[in-house]
Design a protein around this ligand. Sequence first.
Ligand code: PHE
Length: 348
Amino acid sequence: MQEQIKTIKETIIKAIHSVTDEAALRELEVRYFGRKGAFNEILKGLATLSDDEKRVVGKMANETKKELEAAIVTQRSKLQSSQLGAIAETEWMDMTVPGTTPRVGHRHLVSRFIDDLESVFGRMGFDVATGPEVEEEHYNFNQLNVPEDHPARDMQDTFWIKNLHKYVLRTQTSPVQIRYMGTRKPPIRVIAPGKTFRKDSDATHSPMFHQVEGLMIDENISMANLKAVLAHALREIFETPSIELRFRASYFPFVEPGLEVDCTCVMCNGKGQTGTRIPCRLCKKSGWLEIAGAGMVHPTVLKNGGVDPERYTGFAFGVGIDRMIMLKYKIPHLRLLFENDLRFLEQF
Ligand code: PHE
């Protein structure tokens, strides 16, 4: 029997050492040491031995079992660590490789330009107001003294809201003048930047564009104030202190007198040419750029806004924001501002 134990011990040791994964090791454990395992089968023979023999053989069997169990534990931890080694071999990471940087965006050129406008006018004491983009015909036209048959109301220009009688996509920021006047008393100093809409589309026109409205009302406000405020603002915005303005008589129903405002060309400084005898492309040799519509607020409009035209006067202006951006950054096509091509936007 001792021989038998010795033999099976050798067999088992060999088996343990030749096992290559944990599952096989577990199987082996059951096969030899389970209740019906080979080892226990041998021990059944103990019953036939004398008491003295039982003591000796029993002791030997126990020791052998312990040894084998220890061998299994050792083999198991060997298998486990070689498995970890294999994982480390196939799933390692190089912590020194730089990570993928997420793309970080920034605010759109138009939004940043509007911020600049707000701070330039803010320093002159101007408030910032907004109005609805879907506007009542009443504010967009009637209250601004735009007669029923004015061409601005024409189907060619205005987007009317279907099934929503008397509403339009505002064609100008001027309705904010009326809305703002209605909520406070003079003195008033406010700008209203925002989106405006007209049925128009080419290199310099888009159905959606941006305007900034300006309005200043107080006692004794004159065109001199208009000129000073606009000139200062344009010099700041274009970062060109030498900018000068000229006024040309024009017509807008909500101002009297009405003006077109030109400023000296930001490319040639009003000379009409860049360098010697190179005609300026931006102002087409004229030295002037059309920049704003403006004028003294019409007494009827003041009245419509609840302001006493006997006591107060004011000026208003409207400037195309997109056009200013195109002039400042020498952008050749208006659509570039709205196409959201990152190759373009990332330059600003
Ligand atoms: N609202 C006019 C336009 O869109 C511009 C303007 C504003 C003119 C204020 C005079 C006074 O053309």
